[in-house]
Design a protein around this ligand. Structure first.
Ligand code: ZN
Length: 583
């Protein structure tokens, strides 16, 4: 980012993180810090923590952390510049002119090029060339006003229609390349979208982020804009810009553009789709901001069924209930509505069961009762029911099964609880890493310190550097090149050094937007460790030596028992050995 650091510093001074966060969640004070239920994942006990001292936040539940800008980015689903703009307006600050060549400038250029391209596609659809495409859309029963509302267009056949048009309007070839509208081959530049119906993908700020194209001839049936600075398939959702304003507090997740559009045309303005990929946790989190429940209406084929199963588990992890309507007999929601009408579709939704009902009916199909009077089914069913967090819900299902199979309800509840424990054990095995982390946090003693791995040592050292920037000046000469091996730590170190050396360091905000999301999460977590407050110079030396030990690949067992003096001597002798060998 090319914004002057002085401005970013002022932005942080005028936007206190406690104030900003507390306008979104209810903060409770605990000594020097604040806690709240995390706005980014669903939880019952508060693990989202705000640190006024470092003006940072970190969630011990989902591992997300950052400064006030990061918080606004996540909370509002903004990019970096939009968050800066938001906070500037709030504080009454003027954003200094952006540098001509920076990332936000590039993003604006892409948005601008996309908008012009969308106009070109829309005009092409309504020209002579677009006759077949119009015929196709009419056959799919899309009205003119729907076509207009979604900005549907057409990319004519031929290799350079868009390219020539955009160039004649003053766009550079470079912009066409990095916006993903054109590619470059042996014969020069060419249009990515050719002979395709075009669906512009609008982001939450109302900008055209990218395009989806449906083939009217050869080639893959659907293609999307490749990943650009403004278009991320794992983040963007089709029609979310409209659906988030729906009066419904649920969303209907479907597979494709045409499903979304025909549902909207029928008045279901809460339909959305992913862009040709399975739903990601990130997308699920975005959806959870605008809805309390998700209806999964994927295609009814095998691929659709397995996508449904995946989506159920993604949403379950973030605590959003799902419902799955039965559309069997039709291939997708679009076809269902064409054959049975929208009212029947709505009825199917209102009658649809929870994800547990859905999984139970699958289990029923997979385990025919005739074979073993239901034993296999009961085993699978109790495992499914155990995924419910609500005891009352588990009881209801247990009651139903008890009646159906004439088995004592308590027996079934016992099976459910046992399955729940197995699930818990499996989940907690996946969490071992996290648990050991927490242990480190709470009983950190010198013997534990001796067992710190290289990554933990690097994290502690970088945290001490961050909290005491004078140390960076003091030690930067001494640390050899590529001293830090962890990607995140070395990234932080480089930016930290730059900021400190140029006199621009003012805390977490001076790294915001300069280090990756992963590095930011790691840093905000590390600096929240309470024992970092009372550090001594010996600690710094200890961590440096420890990292060197790992870097020099010495035998861990040899050095584990040494104190720092012995360690230093040992290292010295090892170094001399190496020198001798080389001479
Ligand atoms: Zn969280």
């Amino acid at each position: 980012m090319a914004l002057p650091q002085g401005f970013i510093e002022e932005l942080h001074e005028k936007n206190d993180i406690v104030e900003i966060v507390s306008s979104h969640v209810e903060l409770k004070r605990f000594g020097r810090l604040f806690r709240a239920l995390c706005p980014f994942h669903s939880e019952k006990t508060a693990s989202f923590t705000v640190y006024p001292d470092t003006q940072s936040f970190y969630c011990f539940g989902c591992g997300v952390g950052g400064d006030v800008i990061t918080f606004v980015m996540k909370q509002e689903n903004f990019d970096y510049m939009s968050a800066v703009r938001f906070l500037s307006e709030r504080a009454g600050l003027m954003i200094p002119d952006d540098d001509g060549d920076d990332e936000s400038h590039r993003r604006r250029k892409i948005y601008d090029a996309n908008k012009t391209a969308a106009r070109f596609f829309y005009a092409s659809l309504n020209s002579d060339e677009g006759r077949d495409a119009r015929g196709y859309l009419r056959k799919r029963r899309l009205s003119d006003s729907t076509i207009k509302r979604f900005g549907i267009g057409y990319a004519p056949p031929g290799w350079r229609n868009l390219y020539e048009t955009m160039l004649s309007q003053g766009y550079s070839e470079q912009v066409l390349m990095y916006s993903g509208l054109c590619g470059k081959g042996k014969k020069g530049a060419y249009d990515i979208f050719r002979n395709r119906i075009i669906f512009p993908i609008i982001d939450l700020s109302g900008n055209v982020a990218g395009f989806g194209g449906r083939s009217m001839g050869e080639g893959a049936k659907y293609i999307n804009t490749s990943e650009t600075s403004v278009f991320r398939k794992r983040r963007n959702l089709y029609a979310l810009n409209i659906a988030r304003k729906s009066s419904e507090r649920s969303m209907i997740l479907v597979e494709g553009y045409m499903d979304v559009i025909s549902l909207h045309q029928e008045g279901l303005d809460n339909a959305i789709a992913t862009l040709g990929t399975a739903i990601t946790p990130e997308q699920a989190r975005i959806i959870s901001k605008y809805s309390d429940e998700v209806v999964l209406a994927y295609d009814t084929d095998g691929a659709g069924k397995s996508a449904t199963n995946k989506a159920i588990s993604v949403f379950r992890k973030i605590g959003i209930p799902t419902r799955i309507p039965d559309l069997s007999g039709s291939k997708d929601p679009d076809e269902f509505i064409r054959e049975h009408g929208v009212e029947n579709f709505k009825i199917r939704i209102s009658k649809s069961g929870s994800s547990i009902d859905y999984e139970l009916s699958k289990a029923r199909e997979n385990n025919p009762v005739e074979l073993d009077s239901g034993v296999a089914f009961l085993r699978e069913a109790t495992a499914i029911i155990s995924s419910s967090d609500m005891k009352a819900e588990r009881e209801i299902y247990a009651g139903k099964l008890s009646e159906e199979f004439n088995v004592d309800k308590n027996t079934i509840m016992t099976m459910i609880e046992r399955a729940g424990r197995r699930r818990y054990k499996r989940d907690s095995e996946e969490m071992v890493f996290k648990a050991s982390d927490i242990k480190k946090r709470f009983d950190f003693s010198s013997s534990m310190k001796m067992q710190l791995g290289s990554v933990a040592s690097e994290q502690r050292l970088i945290s001490l550097f961050f909290l005491n920037p004078d140390l960076v000046k003091e030690y930067s000469e001494e640390l050899e090149e590529n001293f830090f091996k962890s990607k995140h730590v070395s990234e932080i170190y480089e930016e930290l050094k730059k900021a400190v050396e140029s006199g621009n360091f003012f805390g977490i905000g001076s790294l915001s937007g300069r280090i990756s999301e992963g590095a930011m999460n790691m840093l905000t977590k590390s600096i929240s460790e309470p024992e970092l407050v009372n550090f001594s110079r010996e600690d710094v030396e200890f961590y440096i030596e420890r990292i060197r030990t790992f870097n020099n690949k010495l035998d861990f067992n040899d050095v584990i028992e040494m104190d720092s003096n012995e360690l230093r001597d040992h290292l010295e002798s090892k170094r001399n050995e190496v020198k001798d060998r080389n001479e």
